[in-house]
Write a protein that binds this ligand. Structure first.
Ligand SMILES: Nc1ncnc2c1ncn2[C@@H]1O[C@H](COP(=O)(O)OP(=O)(O)OP(=O)(O)O)[C@@H](O)[C@H]1O
Ligand SMILES: [Mg+2]
Length: 271
C-alpha cells in the first residue's frame, strides 16, 4: 500500500486551483492564489505542473536526452520557489533556464526525430505557458517588477502563491496589479472532504472508518476541531495517533487517542 503521507488527494480546492491555472494559461494573465500555511497550495501547484517528474528532466543541460515518454508536460508549466534572499537577477536567470529547457523538451517532444539543434531558442520559451511562483511573499518590489517584466516580454501566464494578505500587498504595485485577472483563495478541507481524507489514514493503518459508528464519529469530530481541516496538521496529528496506538497496543482510534496525540503536537494547532 502506498504511504498515506505521500498520496495526493484530489480535493475540491485542488480542482479549483487547477481551473485557475487553466484560465491564467489561456488568457496569459497574472493570477494570485492565497491561503493559510499547510492547506495544500504548494502540493497543488507541484501536482498541476507534474513537477516531481518534470524537474529532474530539466536538470539536463544538453539535448542528448529526449524526455522520457512517461513525463507528462501537457501543463507546459514551470514551478519556481524563490530563495529567501532572492534578487531580480537570480530569479531572472533561474526562470529563464527553466523556461528554455522546458521549451526544448516540448519542441523535442513535438518534433521527434525531425528536431534540429539549430531550432533551439527560436521559439522554445514561447511554448511554456505558465509560471507558478510559490512563496511569493518573499518577493520585494524589484523582484516583483522583474517577474512582471518577464510576463510582459514572453507572454507567459504567471501565478503568485502566497499567504492571506498578499493580494492587498500587490495592490500597492499598480502596474502589476492591473494585470491580475484572477484571485483564488485556497481554503482548508471541508468536513466531508476531511472525512474522506481520514478514511485513507484509517485504512493505511489497517482500520476501517465507519461514520455511523459513534466512536469513529467522535474521533473524526476531534480531528476536525483540532486541525480545522488543515492538511499539514492532519498529517502531523496522524503521525502522533499512529505512535500512540503502537505504544499502547491499541486497535481503535478514539477521541481520547486523538486528544492525546494533539497534546504531543504542542504548537500550531487550530484550537
Ligand atoms: N492534496 C493533498 N493530498 C495529500 N496530502 C496533501 C495534499 N495537500 C497537502 N497535503 C499535505 O499537507 C502538507 C502541507 O501542504 P503544502 O505544503 O502544500 O501547504 P501550503 O499551503 O503550501 O503551506 P505553506 O503556506 O506553509 O507553504 C503537505 O506536506 C502534504 O503532506
Ligand atoms: Mg507552500
Amino acid at each position: 500500500m502506498p504511504d498515506v503521507a505521500t498520496q495526493f488527494v484530489v480535493t475540491k480546492e485542488h480542482r479549483r486551483f487547477s481551473e485557475l491555472c487553466d484560465a491564467v494559461r489561456r488568457e496569459r494573465y497574472i493570477g494570485v492564489c492565497h491561503g493559510p500555511p499547510g492547506v495544500g497550495k504548494t502540493e497543488s501547484a507541484r501536482r498541476y505542473a507534474n513537477w516531481d517528474e518534470l524537474q529532474p528532466e530539466l536538470r539536463h543541460s544538453t539535448l542528448t536526452n529526449a524526455p522520457g515518454d512517461a513525463v507528462d508536460m501537457k501543463a507546459r508549466t514551470i514551478f519556481y520557489t524563490p530563495k529567501v534572499h532572492n534578487t531580480p537577477r537570480l530569479i531572472d536567470k533561474d526562470v529563464r533556464t527553466l523556461q528554455d529547457r522546458l521549451g526544448w523538451l516540448i519542441e523535442f517532444g513535438t518534433a521527434g526525430s525531425n528536431f534540429k539543434l539549430s531550432d533551439v531558442g527560436t521559439s522554445g520559451e514561447r511554448l511554456v505557458e505558465l509560471l507558478i511562483i510559490d512563496e511569493a511573499d518573499r518577493l520585494k518590489t524589484p523582484s516583483l517588477e522583474q517577474l512582471r517584466d518577464h510576463h510582459d516580454r514572453t507572454g507567459i501566464g504567471l501565478i503568485l502563491i502566497g499567504m492571506p494578505g498578499i493580494e492587498r500587498r500587490l495592490a500597492r504595485y499598480p502596474q502589476l496589479y492591473s494585470r491580475i485577472g484572477f484571485a483564488h483563495e485556497y481554503r482548508p478541507l471541508s468536513s466531508d472532504e476531511l472525512a474522506f481524507v481520514l478514511e485513507h489514514h484509517w485504512s493505511a493503518i489497517g482500520l476501517t472508518l465507519s461514520p455511523s459508528d459513534f466512536t469513529d464519529a467522535e474521533a473524526v469530530a476531534a480531528v476536525a476541531r483540532i486541525t480545522g481541516g488543515n492538511f499539514r496538521l492532519v498529517q502531523r496529528l496522524f503521525a502522533q495517533v499512529t505512535r500512540i496506538l503502537e505504544i499502547n497496543s491499541l486497535a481503535t482510534i478514539t477521541r481520547e487517542v486523538v486528544e492525546t496525540a494533539r497534546e504531543a503536537l504542542i504548537i500550531g494547532t487550530a484550537s
